[in-house]
Design a protein around this ligand. Structure first.
Ligand code: ARG
Ligand code: ZN
Length: 857
């Protein structure tokens, strides 16, 4: 079944009020619902309630119990014919949380009962018209055993906890804000909270709680700090204030993705809450802050203003990602944050946009909505918002968002509503810009710069190409904001100011006057548009920019460009000397004016998958790996052991903190160690072992273990065993242990991974563990792409196994096989065969089916 955006109809029935009562138990939970329903603006018809995996106990309308002939319950829909324009509908159902392995609806994680409803999980809790444009006021009564479930949480504000005298207790939560059912949440369990409070700009005192397993409260400090920072940042930056007296976060170990923005009760994957220096890397700390901020920001962009239908998903996700990126940039190194965000975009989204699963940020159709929580909706969506902010400038962008909140607060809105509000509020003409919402595929911008020395002018010729991808949605010229500057070859200085060029035509020429010396082009500075730029720049010019550009992103980009060009040639069997790269790398490493985190990012070699994409077709994955290894060895001998050893030793042993400077030092140390292991001698191995043993934090420890795990040494064995013994009781840390080994390129990665599957700590039913091991392997280029296709077969087997337990998680792993078009014939055929084998498997979920079918098409 395919759902189309153009078929949207307003609902036939609305549910202004919903009262739910839960008699909770892991084996059996009874859910009683009392819904006030009234006719909506949609076509007149029966009341259709979605109902999935529910045991229906009773249905009544207007207080009268219906017999089975009075309603129909088939194909996951409960259909009731209602006379008149309003009614009270009551249902009772039974569910089994402990058998809910999909982790959608109400399920058990450890001893905790919790919910996940977005996108369509609420229908697995109670019969309901499960669509985001139906907003209801909820009152929720939770009843449960006092010993097993001492803490009972839901959305909104709590009433009194009442003892029921029979070993159970109950509480009623009231949420005054009408909300779509995907934002419903309930949690019950033995939980303890780190508590704090925040006073909003108008003086509301908000009680904050982060709920975790008793004993873990101290590990919530970082998340709490991030929450309070987010609340203050949203007031300052967007004028948005929190709107309830309580805000709770709960951490659970079994969760299909990162976290969920349920109103007043965010539920998190524990991986994105718990942290201390012994168990969390700096990246973990950063991810925690970013995700806490993301979910908190959804309170306005998602909850107060929600989505009319799931085609509008990027309305809340793209905007909220842009907001969390801005938050992180304001709380650390903005340049490094931008570099990391662009790297993620290119690896995940550019690949998606060039492949069989390409779609615009506002797709036209879907089969399974959970397959559309994609990098395109999230990350490209964020880039589209960023471009609007760039075009408007900070002040006018704020006027636009103010108008958006004013116009649409309390509504289920569309992307079009957002665009119009920005147009009106920021005084922008976005008529052509709207194509970013309908056209898929990454545009290419071709740029050539010429110089007329006599006339002292430079001419920049720009053209744009739209790729021919599935669901392209048209290929008309886009409105592309390109921050551009010129630098003087001789002076090394910038020639004039940075310009914001708005490329709107298929091709255009732009003149720069007063250019006396040979100019070098710096374009798409700060990555102002999510495009690929093809500029004809010689290695010498790129090396120049890597040393002189005053935009840190552009400087980084020049280094990446230099390395990518070399890797592409090398993988194609064309040799080129790496002198310009070695020169740029050593210069960057020695440039004390650059901060450490930036230097680390700049000298990282581009991801293999980016090189695969650049080559485009008929790629030998083994040749790409070989090229990368050769380049890294060359860089190592160019930079020299001594220089790298100095970096590894520098700044060690001081006291631990999370300042950008301290994080930068650790990052550069890890990158330097990684480079040293391109060809590890005894000295390097001893250095890594010492770093591991003496580490007082997980960042250094992981850097050392990662390096050693990729080497064929006795230290590898010792350190891996030590790590497991040290952290065996901490699931999130043990995930790292699985990932490091699955990604290690030494020996036979497939055999290593298969061996780890037999480990007593492995479990395919926990999404974090599955992602850690199987996701790690799928990212292991030489392992996954081993000659003969054994890696492909293995991944398909694992997808099929997990599909029986958790289709949503299984479907996330199909994409690597969908990349077959890039590879040479033998590899491509083997990948296709596995996609076909999955499609032929009996009982395949619609989640995996959609992904596999589209991947083959
Ligand atoms: N809204 C959540 C977030 O972005 C993610 C929900 C993901 N849902 C899904 N079905 N994949 O924070
Ligand atoms: Zn989100």
């Amino acid at each position: 079944h395919i759902t189309h955006r153009k078929d949207y109809q307003p609902p036939a029935w609305l549910v202004p009020d919903a009262a739910l009562t839960f008699d909770l138990g892991a084996k059996r939970t009874k859910v009683s619902a009392r819904l006030n329903v009234v006719r909506g603006a949609g076509p007149r018809g029966p009341l259709i309630l979605n109902a999935e995996a529910l045991e229906l106990l009773s249905v009544s309308v207007g207080g009268r119990k219906l017999s089975a002939d009075d309603y129909s319950y088939a194909d996951d829909r409960l259909t009731l014919v209602i006379e008149g324009d309003e009614a009270v509908v009551e249902t009772e159902v039974r569910i089994a949380p402990d058998r809910n392995t999909q982790l959608m609806g109400l399920y058990a994680s450890g001893g905790i009962l919790c919910t996940q409803c977005e996108a369509e999980g609420f229908r697995r809790i109670t019969p309901f018209p499960d669509r985001p444009d139906i907003l209801s006021r909820y009152t929720v009564t939770l009843r449960a055993d006092r010993t097993d479930y001492p803490v009972l949480l839901s959305n909104g504000d709590p009433g009194e906890l009442r003892d029921l005298g029979d070993g159970r207790h109950e509480i009623m939560w009231t949420d005054p804000h009408p909300k779509p059912c995907y934002l419903f949440a309930a949690v019950a369990g033995k939980l303890a909270a780190l508590k704090d409070s925040f006073t909003t700009m108008s003086g509301r005192i908000v009680a904050l709680g982060i709920w975790v397993r008793p004993g873990d409260e101290p590990r919530c400090q970082h998340a709490m700090r991030a929450l309070k920072d987010s609340m203050a940042w949203d007031e300052r930056t967007y004028g948005r204030e929190y709107d309830l007296d309580v805000f709770n976060i709960v951490a659970v170990d079994d969760f299909n993705f990162g976290a969920m923005e349920n109103k007043g009760l965010n539920i998190f994957n524990s991986k994105y809450v718990l942290a201390d220096r012994e168990t969390a890397t700096d990246t973990d700390f950063d991810n925690i802050a970013a995700i806490v901020a993301h979910e908190y920001f959804h309170n306005w962009t998602g909850n107060r203003i929600t989505c009319r239908d799931w085609f509008q998903l990027s309305l809340k996700e793209g905007l909220t990602v842009f907001r969390d990126q801005s938050f992180s940039a304001d709380h650390g190194s903005a340049a490094v944050k931008r570099i990391q965000d662009v790297r993620t975009l290119r690896i995940a989204q550019f690949a998606e946009d060039a492949g069989p699963l390409a779609h615009s940020i506002r797709p036209d159709s879907y089969q399974e909505i959970s397959n559309f929580y994609t990098s395109t909706i999230y990350n490209k969506g964020a880039e589209v918002i960023r471009m609007m902010a760039t075009l408007a400038g900070a002040e006018r962008y704020r006027a636009g968002t103010d108008l958006y909140f004013e116009r649409h607060d309390g509504e289920a809105a569309t992307c079009e509503d957002w665009i119009s509000a920005i147009e009106d509020g920021a005084a922008l003409d976005l008529s052509q810009f709207r194509r970013w919402y309908t056209q898929a595929g990454t545009p290419t911008v071709n740029a050539t710069l010429t110089h007329d020395a006599d006339a002292r002018t430079a001419t920049l010729t720009l053209s744009q190409d739209l790729p021919n991808v599935p669901n392209a949605g048209g290929r008309k010229p886009m409105h592309i904001p390109l921050k551009t500057a010129l630098f003087g070859r001789e002076s090394g200085a910038r020639l004039g100011k940075e310009r914001l060029i708005e490329l709107k035509d298929a091709a255009v020429q732009i003149d720069f006057g007063g250019i006396e010396e040979t100019p070098i082009l710096s374009i798409n500075r700060a990555f102002s548009a999510p495009v690929s730029v093809k500029a004809t720049r010689a290695p010498g010019e790129l090396a120049f920019l890597s040393a002189h550009d005053d935009d840190p992103f552009a400087r980084y980009e020049a280094m990446q460009e230099l390395m990518s060009d070399w890797l592409v040639k090398r993988a194609r069997g064309e040799g080129e000397d790496a002198a310009a790269i070695i020169d740029a790398v050593t210069r960057t490493l020695d440039d004390q004016s650059l901060d450490d985190a930036f230097r680390a990012e700049a000298i990282l070699t581009p991801a293999d998958t980016l090189i695969v994409d650049r080559i485009g077709t008929d790629v030998s994955p083994r040749a790409v790996v070989q090229a990368r290894r050769t380049l890294r060895k060359t860089m190592l001998s160019g930079a020299g052991h001594e220089r790298l050893m100095r970096i590894i030793e520098s700044g060690r042993g001081g006291s631990f903190d999370l300042s950008p400077e301290a994080k930068g030092k650790r990052r550069l140390r890890a990158v330097a160690l990684g480079l040293l292991f391109a060809d590890p001698g005894e000295e390097a191995i001893a250095a890594a072992a010492a770093l591991y043993d003496k580490a007082d934090n997980m960042t250094d420890r992981m850097a050392a273990m990662t390096a050693l795990a990729g080497s064929d040494t006795a230290e590898r064995v010792r350190v891996l065993a030590d790590f497991h013994a040290r952290f065996r009781s901490d699931a999130n840390v043990i995930d790292k242990w699985f990932t490091v080994q699955a990604m290690a390129e030494t020996g036979d990665p497939l055999a290593t991974t298969q061996h780890l599957m037999a480990h007593e700590d492995y479990s395919a039913s926990n999404p974090n563990r599955f992602r850690a091991l199987i996701g790690g392997f799928a990212a292991n280029m030489p392992g996954f792409h081993a000659e003969g296709g054994a890696g492909y077969r293995f991944l398909a087997d694992q997808i099929l196994t997990v599909d029986r337990i958790n289709p949503q998680t299984a479907a996330r792993f199909v994409a690597p096989l969908g990349r077959w078009r890039r590879f040479r014939q033998d590899d491509a055929a083997a990948m296709r065969a596995e996609l076909q084998r999955m499609l032929d498997a009996p009982g395949l979920s619609k989640d995996v089916r959609e992904m596999a079918e589209k991947s083959l098409a």
